[in-house]
Design a protein around this ligand. Structure first.
Ligand code: PMP
Length: 448
């Protein structure tokens, strides 16, 4: 082994896989074995591996200006160009952009900016944030508090009470609907629950509602039609800001520029961007806010003399250059349009597995999906624990494909956006083999 404390890993590490190199949609281990990267790393390597243009951009920028910070108004052209480009792309009105290094720290920045903004407009009591069950927003103390997953809280004494995180329903019809409830009834029930929560807490105490347009890391949940329209109506009625966490869904993943577009979310007040922003070649994130929020923050910062928030690597020039080049490639090569077409194909092919004895639900949109394995197809009864998901993930790996088990027993699919139809076919073939191995396993274990 090694001295590494592995992130998001059972610390009783029994097995590791040493990845040595990547090329296109594939990575290779030290034995030279090839794996199709069906999760684009951690939902991030949109342009695949060994992209020559991104590598050249990196080395050129490193040669020119390897580092410069943005404190006290220092700036550089790639940072300016990137912020211009992003502001023009996002559906946030008169967008202003704060750069960070990861999705988690970008969400922390947003929490702080919300407080700063509401303090500035004389509403200091309006700081609570509504987040959903089974959401993933990162792992710093604040971001993990927003996250709605028990493993990110247990033994860490989270969520952190002072943050005022309120929890509302996950919009997962398959898992959370009551017996006999239609999709419309389900949506109405959870939207009513949201409104009841707002009334109980007092709208004047709630700053924002955070949502991944399509939930990613906790199981790929695509809300039913009409959900966001109704959620937005309730939030608008009560003066609560919509905060879109687009860390996974941003930049073509769902077949459009942003998940907000795909899901009909109009004019979010804030947007979190990371991952595909740079195709993961460099760590960079962006916390985007509405222009009027920024305007309101100017006066109090002038009084103090500084907006006292910033990272050493906020607006790192190499990361900014790589992100700018990534956005240029997206546009030039029509990557989002391609993702829409490929996505339709991928979703159709994955739904073939609905006939498989283990598969209860296939869900997804565009180039993101999950296949959920269940103990009883008729009732949707889940397997207890996560052993089946772990087995299936390992079986995929044995067959030369990397994916992740999410929400215990679902396998997630989120390949690089540059995959070919033939590679999607390869993914389907390998998944078929892995599901059959898993069926043998559960049958032998008497789990089915
Ligand atoms: N928000 C969402 C929606 C995410 O999926 C993730 C990471 N999977 C994060 C935030 C946190 O990003 P990071 O791991 O870069 O801190």
């Amino acid at each position: 082994m090694s001295e590494i404390i592995y992130p998001t890993t059972n610390l009783k590490v029994t097995e590791t896989l040493t990845i040595e190199r990547g090329d296109g949609a594939y990575v290779y281990d030290t034995e030279g074995k090839q794996y199709l990267e069906a999760l684009a790393g951690l939902w991030c390597t949109s342009l695949g591996y060994n992209n020559r243009e991104l590598i050249d951009t990196t080395t050129e920028q490193m040669g020119k200006l390897a580092y410069s910070h943005m404190f006290g108004g220092k700036t550089h052209q790639v940072g300016i160009d990137l912020s211009d480009k992003l502001a023009a792309m996002v559906p946030v009105e008169n967008a202003k952009v704060f750069f960070g290094n990861s999705g988690s720290d970008a969400n922390d920045t947003h929490i702080k900016m919300l407080r700063y903004y509401f303090n500035a407009i004389g509403k200091p009591e309006k700081f609570k944030i509504i987040s959903r069950e089974r959401s993933y927003h990162g792992v710093t103390v604040a971001a993990a508090s927003l996250t709605g997953l028990p493993p990110n809280h247990t033994n860490f004494d989270l969520p952190f009470d002072a943050l005022g995180v309120l929890r509302t329903d996950a919009p997962h019809y398959y898992r959370n609907a009551l017996p006999g409830e239609s999709e419309d009834q389900f949506v109405d029930r959870i939207v009513n629950n949201l409104e009841a929560l707002i009334l109980a807490e007092g709208a004047d105490t709630i700053a924002a509602f955070i949502a991944e347009p399509i939930t990613g890391a906790s199981g790929v949940i695509v809300p039913p039609k009409g959900y966001y329209q109704k959620i937005q109506a309730v939030l608008n009625k009560h003066g609560i800001l919509f905060w879109a966490d687009e860390v996974i869904t941003g930049f073509g993943r769902t077949g459009n520029d942003f998940g907000c577009t795909t899901m009909g979310i109009e004019k979010p007040a804030m947007m979190t961007l990371a991952k595909q922003l740079s195709s993961a070649y460099m760590p960079i994130s962006a916390s985007v806010i509405r222009g009027d929020m920024y305007e309101a923050m100017i006066e109090p910062s002038a009084k103090v003399g500084v907006f006292g928030h910033g990272y050493t690597y906020s607006g790192h020039p190499v990361a900014a250059a790589v992100a700018l080049k990534t956005l240029e490639i997206y546009e030039r090569d029509n990557i989002f349009g391609r993702a829409a077409e490929l996505g339709e194909y991928m979703q159709t092919r994955l739904r073939e597995f609905l006939d498989h004895p283990l598969v209860g639900e296939v869900r997804g949109e565009g180039m993101i999906a999950a296949v959920e394995m269940v103990a009883d197809k008729q009732t949707g009864q889940p397997f207890e624990g996560g052993a089946v998901g772990t087995f299936a993930m390992q079986a995929c790996q044995d067959h030369g494909m990397i994916t992740r088990a999410v929400a215990a027993n679902s396998l997630a699919f989120c390949p690089p956006l540059i995959v070919t139809v033939a590679q999607i076919d390869e993914m389907i073939e390998k998944l078929g083999l892995a599901l059959n191995d898993t069926l043998d396993f559960v049958t032998k274990q008497g789990l089915l």
